[in-house]
Design a protein. Structure first.
Length: 109
């Protein structure tokens, strides 16, 4: 069985990671503290760069992947997601060298 942190604890860790890199993190939408899915909008100097989603892979491990959500469609994307999964979290991380952060997140799974 693949053990994982609660959603609330993982969110806190991601925000602390952003802060340790000199950035900022904020919870935009609070979901279920234990099992909510995580969506992370990564920005650099206020400019959205990517939306990441933690998804269950075929090998039953969780991996970070880019979603197709664009900044201008974020409101619709969130509304659609709320209808499907009312437990999800949305956080924003604004950090320097955001592209590198996204690459690290998606590479480590």
């Amino acid at each position: 069985m693949n053990e994982r942190l609660s959603a609330e604890l993982e969110v806190a860790g991601l925000i602390r990671r952003a802060q340790s890199m000199g950035g900022f993190g904020a919870v935009i939408r609070r979901g279920d503290p234990d099992r909510g899915e995580l969506l992370v909008q990564v920005a650099e100097r206020g400019e959205p760069l990517a939306m990441l989603e933690r998804r269950l892979a075929a090998d039953f491990t969780y991996r970070w992947t880019r979603t197709g959500a664009e900044a201008e469609n974020l409101r619709k994307f969130v509304a659609d997601r709320e209808r499907i999964d009312p437990d999800f979290w949305l956080i924003e991380l604004d950090i320097a060298d955001a592209e590198r952060f996204v690459a690290e997140m998606t590479a480590m799974g």
